[in-house]
Design a protein around this ligand. Structure first.
Ligand SMILES: Nc1nc2c(c(=O)[nH]1)N[C@H]1C(S)=C(S)[C@@H](COP(=O)(O)OP(=O)(O)OC[C@H]3O[C@@H](n4cnc5c(=O)[nH]c(N)nc54)[C@H](O)[C@@H]3O)O[C@H]1N2
Ligand SMILES: Nc1nc2c(c(=O)[nH]1)N[C@H]1C(S)=C(S)[C@@H](COP(=O)(O)OP(=O)(O)OC[C@H]3O[C@@H](n4cnc5c(=O)[nH]c(N)nc54)[C@H](O)[C@@H]3O)O[C@H]1N2
Ligand code: SF4
Ligand SMILES: [Mo]
Length: 846
């Protein structure tokens, strides 16, 4: 009929013809359509902005100062981004006007965690907080006070205010990316960047898509129709141990044993190589595959060690973050220029006797030869045994993937939130690289965790020149130790946009440390009374995203969007900027000047947005405040039409890897890939010691649970997979009455029928999930789609819905030593691994 699905939905919305949705929901949607523009009503275009990655443009209808309707704005220039939104966003009124809304500043009166507070004025709460912070600074130094940049993309202005004061005051700063365990460490190891992903509009351009452990249907809901489109143009395979919603929509579902994706990837890579289905020129020009490695040391061969190349190497000027490596062309050794990705015609395989400057001779082989040697261990039979997937399936998928390019791999957060998640990512990266699917429309590897990627240069606002940033990985804080942990510890937490007392490893440890007084002061800035607020000494009431100005950007679509206030701040809510300005003034009168003291909050926010746009660099060039006020504006990229196609410039214009990762300076990240190319071979000592110079598959729990407690093998026989829920964005919406009604007001855990029977657990039973660190509770769903040996719990419940038994009391903050080799915050840093956790379960009655 010439009307696509999106246009159809748009037309239906306009006609108020939403018949299939929940009744309460429909009432809103229907009234929105009917009353748009009605008398006395204002409509404001803004965004829904939890830690979700959706970043959906919303129109907010307001009458008599109260939000009546939230409805999708549907104004993105590309129609297939319209409309975007979900039931969580559409029912946000339940949080804005809900019973847990924080109305006034609060100062604790009862014991920590009791939730007993008294109302205070802003002045009193700020004075009280400033006084505590001054005392802590005097006693332990400023680095004993910690704050977090929680998911920068959901707001650059007010989070920037926190960083700005932290810089001036020299507090400790944690990056949300490692705090949330979302940091995919294979990115810096392989590509030298933080994260680079295809925008979802590009998904249908893939010839073949493999989704591994990313439940797009639930976690990228407004974008998932692009995956359905990708089925029309190509094929979509979902690899997931669970028959999740996304698996149910795929062309093919492959169930594998948990945490065996590296073996699967290596098995696929081997078939692609053995059958000669790889893109030889791509490997020669853009990767380290032709680079020579010394057989004796396992180190890459530097040109200055080679007798025949030393003089030439000495002449070449290269930045400190590059190295000159050696390749062979038609059996002649030459230097691989790290500053130029021209056609190398370098040999991919071969073994060479090389005379060194010290007169000795060593044997050197190419990375590609070493890779082939290693892959010999991953025969189809072995991989089938490790993964539990049939050998013929693996073989067929390898051939299909290599012959139906471009190949797009979606590597989900739950899948890399394992101790060896970096190895899985490095192994999976082999697939788009071998098939030459990098830097092309529809190809590559994407991760799509939270909105962490800082999309433009924010330094003018975030980093005052007079300040100093003390970055510390969050895991050092949780573990009370580590190379960057402040000498006298962390004694105060100043947080916002997060709920660590539910959402972070060892939530019990955080509670214990607060209760014992080890953490001396906690101040939280939120709009809802979360568990973290309950454990705070001071709670500051925050504006919601419908009450302030902000600038947002996500990875699923490259639009810069303005959050515009639709209603005045409720009760005594204020913005992050107001809070930081108030604190700055009290901590040091000189600092107030950094926070626009002479103009009101709204005007100041707009000035900061203007500043960010003007100083944002290439990505925001020419984008003005007026433009974003009118609607979403595409950030600029190096690809045609500003499409978000990672590494386009590297492949098309042959610019060396990596592109810059904001906010780090290029030299800080370029040293991760010193050859200027995509690197699969890592030769830092620790990689060699761990046997991880190339991606391999390592067994689960050997370096963690079993190492700490060998009895865990028999005591706790279920893998605790805590995945994201459709009904919450993490713990946001945990208290949303409609969404809880849809869940029967019961947290759920999913078990395979055989595991349930072994434990005498039946459907709807109340179950205790436990290990030696903690316990939680949920009602049983017996699910044949859940793989044997796995217990799935949908993360995000506030502790009070679990009878104060936080589900994160079971998890633990493991640190993989390789993640400490370098430290660039939010890029190369130890990261939490939620799923690396063993539990068991028993039926309980109360
Ligand atoms: N509705 C909703 N959407 C969200 C969020 C939310 O809380 N709610 N949070 C947002 C954020 S911040 C994030 S980080 C993302 C995360 O979103 P995703 O990346 O989609 O992660 P999950 O939904 O936790 O898990 C996806 C799947 O991984 C599978 N899995 C677990 N371990 C393995 C494994 O070893 N191998 C394989 N192949 N599969 C495995 C699980 O079975 C599950 O089906 O979602 C974002 N979107
Ligand atoms: N076991 C386990 N734990 C996990 C995960 C898992 O898979 N398993 N997932 C992890 C992941 S991927 C993530 S990203 C984290 C997320 O963990 P958190 O970032 O802590 O996410 P939320 O629990 O949603 O907390 C966000 C808080 O910010 C508040 N907020 C929202 N907008 C604003 C605002 O504009 N201003 C202010 N001041 N506050 C605001 C909300 O009210 C909410 O209380 O959880 C992690 N925890
Ligand atoms: S919760 Fe996420 S997907 Fe839903 S409307 Fe908000 S931003 Fe969009
Ligand atoms: Mo996340």
């Amino acid at each position: 009929m010439g009307v696509n699905r999106r246009e159809f939905i748009k037309t239906s919305l306009a006609a108020g013809a939403l018949t299939s949705l929940d009744l309460k929901f429909m009432r809103f949607a229907g009234s929105a359509a009917a009353s748009a523009g009605s008398k006395g009503e204002t409509v404001t275009r803004t965004t829904c902005s939890p830690n979700c990655t959706g970043a959906c443009g919303f129109n907010v209808h307001v009458k008599d100062g109260r939000i009546t309707t939230l409805i999708q704005a549907a104004d993105y220039p590309e129609d297939s981004y319209n409309p975007r939104g979900c039931l969580r966003g559409l029912s946000m009124m339940n949080l804005v006007y809900g019973k847990d809304r924080i109305k006034y500043p609060l100062i604790r009166t009862g014991p920590r965690g009791s939730g007993e507070f008294r109302r205070a004025s802003w002045d009193e709460a700020l004075d009280y907080t400033a006084d505590k912070l001054k005392k802590i600074t005097k006693k332990y130094g400023p680095e004993a006070i910690a704050t977090t940049i929680q998911v920068p993309g959901t707001g650059y202005v007010h989070k920037g205010a926190f960083v700005r004061l932290a810089g001036l005051a020299q507090w400790t700063i944690h990056h949300g990316y490692d705090q949330n365990g979302d940091l995919p460490m294979f990115w810096p190891m392989t590509f030298g960047v933080q994260t680079e992903e295809l925008e979802s509009l590009e998904w249908p351009n893939a010839g073949y898509t493999i989704v591994l452990g990313s439940n797009l249907v639930q976690t990228r809901l407004p974008d998932v129709h692009h995956l359905i489109e990708a089925k029309k143009t190509g094929k979509v395979v979902v690899v997931d141990p669970d028959f999740c919603s996304t698996a149910s929509k795929a062309d093919e579902w492959v169930s594998i044993k948990l945490d065996t994706d590296a073996a699967l990837a290596l098995g696929l890579a081997r078939v692609i190589i053995d059958r000669g289905l790889y893109d030889k020129a791509f490997l020669q020009d853009f990767t380290d595959m032709p680079v020579l490695v010394r057989k004796d040391t396992g180190k890459r061969l530097p040109a200055e060690q080679v007798k025949a190349l030393k003089a030439q190497a000495d002449q070449m000027k290269i930045p400190e973050y590059r190295d000159l490596f050696v390749v062979s062309r038609e059996n002649r050794l030459t230097i691989l220029d790290p500053g130029h990705l021209g056609s190398t015609h370098a040999d991919l395989t071969g073994s060479y006797k090389v005379e060194l400057t010290d007169g000795t001779t060593v044997e050197a082989v190419t990375v590609f030869s070493l890779l082939r040697e290693m892959l010999a261990e991953y025969s189809l039979e072995t991989v089938a045994q490790i993964t539990g997937a049939p050998a013929q399936t693996i073989e067929r998928i390898a051939v299909e993937a290599a012959t139906r390019t471009p190949l797009h791999i979606v590597y989900g957060a739950s899948n890399y939130q394992w101790y060896h998640g970096d190895l899985k990512g490095r192994a999976l990266s082999l697939l788009p690289v071998l098939t030459g699917s990098i830097g092309v429309s529809g190809g590559g590897i994407s991760t799509y965790a939270g909105q962490y990627r800082i999309r433009f240069d924010v330094s003018e606002w975030w980093f005052p020149k007079e300040g100093k940033l003390n970055w510390v990985p969050y895991l050092h804080f949780l573990n009370s130790g580590g190379p960057r942990y402040p000498e006298k510890g962390i004694k105060a937490m100043i947080g916002g946009w997060g709920n660590p007392f539910d959402q972070h490893n060892m939530s019990n440890a955080l509670k214990d440390r607060s209760a014992s007084g080890d953490i001396e002061f906690v101040a939280t800035f939120d709009f809802n009374m979360t568990t973290t607020c309950m454990w705070s000494d001071v709670v500051f009431p925050a504006t919601t995203w419908y009450e302030n100005y902000e600038l947002t950007a996500t990875i699923l679509h490259p639009y810069l969007q303005l959050q515009e206030p639709a209603i005045a701040p409720l009760f005594e809510a204020r913005t992050g900027l107001a809070l930081m300005r108030g604190l700055a003034k009290r901590l040091n009168p000189d600092w107030e000047a950094y926070f626009y003291p002479d103009i009101d909050d709204t005007k100041a926010s707009l000035e900061i947005i203007d500043l960010l746009l003007k100083t944002g660099g290439m990505e925001t060039r020419g984008i003005t405040l007026d433009m974003v006020k009118k609607g979403p504006v595409r950030l600029h990229s190096t690809a045609p039409d500003d499409r978000q196609v990672p590494f386009y410039e590297q492949i098309h214009d042959r610019v060396p890897f990596p592109p810059p990762s904001y906010p780090a300076p290029l030299p800080a990240t370029a040293r991760f890939v010193k050859s200027g190319r995509i690197e699969f071979y890592k030769d830092e000592d620790l990689f060699l010691a761990e046997g991880e110079q190339l991606p391999v598959c390592k067994p689960t729990f050997e370096d963690t649970e079993y190492k700490e407690d060998p009895d865990a093998l028999t005591k706790y026989r279920l893998r605790f997979v805590t995945k994201n829920s459709l009904y919450r964005v993490h713990s946001t919406h945990s208290n949303n009455v409609w969404l809880n009604e849809l869940q029967g007001h019961k947290p759920k855990m999913f078990l395979n029928p055989a595991d349930a029977a072994e434990r005498n657990i039946a459907a709807h039973d109340l179950v205790e999930v436990y290990n030696n660190r903690g316990k939680t509770r949920a009602w049983a769903v017996i699910d044949p789609g859940c793989r044997r040996g796995t217990l799935i719990f949908e993360q995000g419940w506030w502790a009070k819905y679990l009878q104060d038994q936080s589900y994160n009391s079971l998890t633990r903050a493991w640190i993989k030593p390789l993640h400490e080799i370098y430290f660039v915050p939010g890029i190369w840093s130890p990261t939490t691994v939620w799923n690396e956790c063993l539990v068991d379960a028993r039926r309980i009655t109360t």
